[in-house]
Design a binder for this molecule. Structure first.
Ligand code: GAR
Length: 195
């Protein structure tokens, strides 16, 4: 049985879907939900589901990302995950941290990568006149949002969409895609999944 740690910064709706998916014949189980924000709403939600949680506030570390990551590594390494899922984790990770977990760390990003790495993906898709948007699960490498793509789900962009309405539609696709990709990866299948 694979052990999965999930890193969050906010409400954790993707985290919840991942946790809920790991039951029965699923090849993985959640071992930790970890946040850089002690107030993240997802922490209480994970606790309510009986998943161990921890928080390491990034703010006291200022610009010293390596020191923050050293602190983050305490609870993370204690949980001994086989896989780490970034699920709305909004801190950029250093190459040193990423290389330690190479091939074992996944991320979900709210765009059809390679389009729109970084932030404000939905506003950028609307501004570009795209008729299609979506989300991507990829392996995390040192280059932000650039790692090998494991799965993508597409949704239409409606003519009257705002960034918020499009984000809500993409989020429902994220909730389908991430559990599906995690199940495959935990079972040893890294072929591209398209939904
Ligand atoms: C999701 O839309 C996720 O794709 C995005 O943050 C949201 C978190 O929602 N992640 C990024 O933008 C990463 N660069 P959640 O906390 O409800 O899962």
């Amino acid at each position: 049985m694979k052990r999965v740690a999930i890193l969050i910064s906010g409400g954790g709706s993707n985290m919840l879907r991942l946790v809920e998916s790991m039951e029965g014949d699923h090849p993985a189980r959640p071992c930790l939900v970890l946040s850089n924000d002690p107030e993240a709403g997802g922490l209480a939600r994970a606790e309510a589901l009986g998943v161990p949680t921890a928080a390491v506030d990034h703010r006291p570390f200022g610009k010293d990302r390596a020191a923050f990551e050293a602190a983050l590594s305490g609870p993370l390494e204690a949980a001994a995950p086989d896989l780490i899922c970034l699920a709305g984790f909004m801190r950029i990770l250093t190459p040193g941290f990423v290389s330690k977990w190479a091939g074992r760390m996944l991320n979900i990003h709210p765009s059809l990568l390679p389009k729109y790495t970084g932030l404000h993906t939905h506003a950028r898709a609307i501004a570009a006149g795209d008729t299609e948007a979506g989300c991507t699960v990829h392996e995390v490498t040192a280059d932000l949002d650039e790692g090998p793509i494991l799965g993508q789900a597409r949704v239409p962009v409606q003519p009257d969409d705002t960034p918020d309405t499009l984000a809500a539609r993409v989020l429902t696709a994220e909730h389908r895609l991430y559990p599906a990709v995690l199940r495959r990866v935990a079972g040893g299948n890294r072929e591209l999944l398209t939904l």
